[in-house]
Design a protein around this ligand. Structure first.
Ligand code: MF3
Ligand code: CO
Ligand code: CO
Length: 300
C-alpha cells in the first residue's frame, strides 16, 4: 500500500493545520491542496499506522542523558577487559554503575533474563548470560548495556578484544564496526528502514561475512523494545520512511561463517550454528530534520 498522505476524516476543516502553521486546516494546506506534513500530523499517523512513537524534546533529552550513562558504562567495562576476568565480574560492574548513578539495568528480570547485562563471547551472537566463564587471550566479547534512567531507555553495545586478537577476530570486529558505520550513512528523513538493512548487508557480504536474520534493531526510549523493527538486511527503498523524532537502535550481528544460529537450553544464549565468530556494535539513534544524532555516541 502506498503511504496515504492525508487519511480521510482524520483532520477537520476547522482544526488547526497539522503542518504547524497556526492557521486553520481549511485556510492552509487544505486550501493549497498540499499534502499535509509537519510534526503533529506525523506523530499521529506514525503511531496509528506503525505503532511508532515519535519522541518529543523532553523525551529525547531523557534518552540522551540515559545514553551518556550507557556509554560511560561501556567505557568502564572496556578498561576491565583482560584475560582472567569472568563475565560475572562484568555484570557486577555494570549493575553497580547503574545503581550508583540513579539508573536501573534494563535486562535484569526482563522477560526472565537473570542478569544486568548481556555478555556474548566468540561464537555467541547475542544474549549471553554472565556467569563463571573466564575470558581467555584471543577471545572477543560483546557487552550489551541498556539502562533505564528517569523512565527513559538507551541501548548500546561494543565488541572488545581480550588480550591479543587473531586474524579472524580482527576481521569480524572490523566488519561489524564498519557495518554500523555504513548504516549511519542511511540515517536521515526520507530514507527507509530497508535502506539501512541494505547498506549493512552489502558491506558484510562483500567482505565474505553474513548478517544475522533472527534479531533486529528496534525502537527504544520509552520502553526497552518498541516498534519499528530494524532488520540488518533488506532491499533499498522498502519499509517505513524515516522521519524526524524516530528513535531506534541499529545493532547488526555479523558472522564470519553462515547466518544460522541456535538458542541454548537456557532459552537466551544465541550461538552460530557453524560456531564461527560473531561480532556486534549497537547504538541508539535519533532521526533529526537534517540527518541523525547518536544518543549513545562512541567512535567506531
Ligand atoms: N540489549 C538487547 C538489545 O539490543 C536486548 C537484551 S534483552 C535481554 O535489544 F533480556 F537479554 F537483556
Ligand atoms: Co537493542
Ligand atoms: Co542492546
Amino acid at each position: 500500500m502506498m503511504l496515504k498522505k492525508n487519511p480521510a476524516g482524520k483532520i477537520g476543516r476547522n482544526d488547526p493545520c497539522p503542518c504547524g502553521s497556526g492557521l486553520k486546516y481549511k485556510k492552509c494546506c487544505l486550501k493549497k491542496n498540499k499534502p499535509v506534513s509537519g510534526p503533529d500530523y506525523l506523530k499521529k499517523t506514525y503511531l496509528e499506522k506503525y505503532g511508532i512513537r515519535l519522541k518529543e524534546k523532553h523525551e529525547i533529552d531523557g534518552i540522551r542523558e540515559c545514553g551518556r550513562l550507557v556509554v560511560e558504562t561501556l567505557d568502564l567495562v572496556e578498561k576491565m577487559i583482560e584475560p582472567g576476568i569472568s563475565t560475572d565480574e562484568i555484570n557486577r560492574v555494570v549493575h553497580q554503575f547503574a545503581i550508583d548513578h540513579g539508573a536501573r539495568p534494563a535486562p535484569l528480570n526482563y522477560k526472565g533474563f537473570p542478569k544486568s547485562v548481556c555478555t556474548s563471547v566468540n561464537d555467541v551472537v547475542c544474549h549471553g548470560i554472565p556467569g563463571d566463564r573466564v575470558l581467555e587471550d584471543g577471545d572477543i566479547i560483546n557487552v550489551d548495556v541498556t539502562h533505564v534512567y528517569k523512565g527513559f531507555f538507551a541501548d548500546a553495545s561494543k565488541t572488545f578484544f581480550v588480550g591479543t586478537p587473531g586474524n579472524d577476530a580482527k576481521k569480524i570486529v572490523d566488519v561489524a564496526a564498519n557495518c554500523l558505520k555504513q548504516a549511519m550513512t542511511m540515517l536521515a528523513p526520507g530514507r527507509t528502514i530497508g535502506d539501512i538493512g541494505w547498506a549493512i548487508q552489502q558491506y558484510a557480504e562483500n567482505r565474505g561475512c553474513s548478517v544475522v536474520r533472527d534479531f533486529v534493531g528496534h525502537g527504544v526510549g520509552c520502553e526497552f523494545h518498541e516498534p519499528p523493527q530494524v532488520p540488518h538486511y533488506g532491499k533499498r527503498g522498502t519499509g517505513t520512511v524515516l522521519v524526524a523524532g524516530m528513535v531506534f537502535t541499529v545493532e547488526p550481528m555479523i558472522n564470519l561463517g553462515g547466518h544460522e544460529l541456535y538458542i541454548e537450553k537456557d532459552g537466551w544464549t544465541a550461538v552460530t550454528s557453524d560456531h564461527s565468530l560473531s561480532a556486534q556494535f549497537e547504538q541508539t539513534f535519533l532521526i533529526t530534520d537534517s540527518g541523525f544524532e547518536s544518543l549513545t555516541p562512541f567512535d567506531l
